[in-house]
Design a protein around this ligand. Structure first.
Ligand code: BGC
Length: 486
């Protein structure tokens, strides 16, 4: 790109003040991703206690877990609009308040209905964080290192999931079981929610200490403030260029404010469907069944409570590590081979889980057991599934959603695709308790079928976008049997 000629190649490395500042701000903003992961999966260790304490059936249990995801969908949709009006930081602060209130409320819930309400409020916070954190990072990141900084969000999500499952396991361990009283007469499962006030408070404090997004300031005509913030983030030689680029982008957005997503394929443009279908496949392979219900799943097939908590923690560490692998590979190997390999690994491992669960037996006490070798096989298969997902479809769907849409519809199309992802997540999450108590082999068999279909879809429909200029990628999607857009 023009204008970067005088910028030394290492101007944005960790050693340079610009690189360090941009990374620092991005890490701070990615606390939103951490809360996204933490709040969505903290329920994992509490599911069984909740259904026992409130004496609710499978359908209602699924409802309490999944209802937060509808809040997420709404939060994601309103966040974009609100943050254009109020600024990114105020919206971050609003998200932090919602996380805080919902952590306390869920921990002190006295009935299912108020627990569900607190979960929806937390969901609104997650939805907000899922949109504002990546937007803020993209807006403060110097363009030379934007890709790498953007992946911090997925890394933060997986670290959030890990922290939630670790904290669930530690609290249950300290009380000798999730159902036992831990401190101040409250059971361990309640503390699992309450500890969420700590990251929420950190996020709230950060919202006060971070500088406002310069893009937002420019859009509001506060050019001097924006310039002062950018002066900390890009070398002087790049400053004018950066501000000019942004002003052009803001103008283009203004002109496109009325552009619609409508098109010839079932009322939408073909490319919008590509985003929706990728999102739906990412969820229909059942990944969040692992992150929201694994502790209860492993207990239901005979592992004791302590072991089940431990397995969940190990799985979530695996998830963090393979995200690093994906970040390393995505610009080297390309998107398509990674997605295809992931689909194959997921199909085989989910299929193996389905087969293993066929061999569960009921002992004399009426408890379900999954004896050797099928118990260990199911366990290994579940972790291979997480490896397959975490190194491919987990991060890559977010990467693709960021780069496949033409800029004139990017904001709106991303919102629709992310909304579709939350809704698909909701459907899988709400149906799991009832489906799994009906038949675990069939439930996992269904996820395996979706994983196989995801392979076919990518092989057939997704072109490679590695290393391409972001404005070039859209052209790849317009000539595949559809009427070209121009
Ligand atoms: C998905 C989440 C999922 C996470 C697991 C993300 O890409 O959007 O739904 O919980 O990956 O790591």
């Amino acid at each position: 790109m023009a204008g970067t000629g005088s910028i030394p190649a290492d101007a944005f490395s960790l050693k340079s003040p610009y690189g360090r500042r941009a990374i620092g701000l991005s890490v701070a903003a990615a606390v939103g991703g951490f809360l996204f992961g933490f709040d969505s999966s903290v329920i994992n260790g509490a599911v069984d206690s909740i259904s026992q304490d409130f004496a609710i059936n499978d359908v209602l249990t699924g409802f309490v877990v999944a209802i937060a995801l509808l809040g997420c969908a709404v939060g994601a949709i309103v966040a974009g609009n609100l943050s254009d009006r109020w600024g990114r930081l105020r919206v971050m602060f609003l998200g932090a308040i919602m996380f805080f209130v919902s952590s306390l409320g869920a921990g002190l819930a006295f009935a299912v209905w108020d627990l569900a309400l607190w979960r929806v409020i937390g969901g609104l916070g997650i939805g907000i964080a899922s949109v504002v954190a990546p937007a803020y990072i993209a807006e403060i990141a110097p363009r030379q290192i934007r890709g790498g900084l953007a992946s911090l969000q997925q890394l933060a999500i997986t670290i959030g999931i890990f922290s939630a499952l670790l904290s669930d396991a530690l609290l249950a361990g300290a009380a000798g079981g999730a159902d036992n009283v831990l401190w101040f007469g409250l059971e361990a499962w309640r503390w699992m929610f309450i500890v969420g006030v700590v990251p929420s408070a950190v996020y709230g404090i950060l919202a006060f200490t971070l500088p406002e997004s310069p893009r937002y300031l420019l859009a509001k005509g506060r050019t001097d403030e924006a310039r002062a913030i950018f002066a900390q983030l890009v070398p002087p030689a790049d400053l004018d260029h950066t501000i000019r680029d942004l002003q052009t982008a803001i103008e283009t957005d203004r002109k496109n404010a009325g552009v619609s997503l409508r098109g010839p394929v079932l009322g939408l443009q073909r490319i919008v469907w590509v985003g929706i279908i990728l999102s739906v496949f990412q969820q229909f392979v059942g990944i969040n069944v692992i992150f929201y219900y694994s502790t209860s799943l492993w207990q239901s097939v005979g592992f004791d409570e302590g072991d089940s908590f431990l397995i969940s923690v190990v799985t979530s560490i695996t998830n963090v590590l393979v995200t690093l692998v994906a970040i390393f590979l995505v610009d080297r190997v390309g998107r398509k081979p990674i997605l295809l390999t992931g689909s194959v690994m997921m199909t085989l491992s989910l299929g193996l889980m389905a087969v293993s669960f066929l061999f569960s037996t009921t002992n004399a006490q009426g408890e379900v057991e999954l004896g050797a070798p099928w118990g260990p096989i199911a366990l290994v298969a579940a972790n291979v599934f997480v490896i397959g997902f975490g190194a491919s479809w987990g991060p890559l769907v977010w990467v693709l959603l960021g780069e496949i849409f033409p800029s004139r519809i990017r904001g709106k199309a991303l919102g629709v695709a992310a909304g579709a992802q939350w809704i698909a997540n909701f459907l899988i999450t709400i149906s799991f308790p009832a489906m799994s108590s009906w038949s675990l082999p069939l439930t996992y068999g269904m996820y395996a079928v979706f994983a196989a279909l995801s392979f076919v879809y990518v092989a057939w429909r997704i072109p490679e976008t590695k290393g391409m200029d972001i404005e070039q990628t859209e052209t790849l999607f317009t000539h595949r049997g559809a009427a070209p857009s121009s």
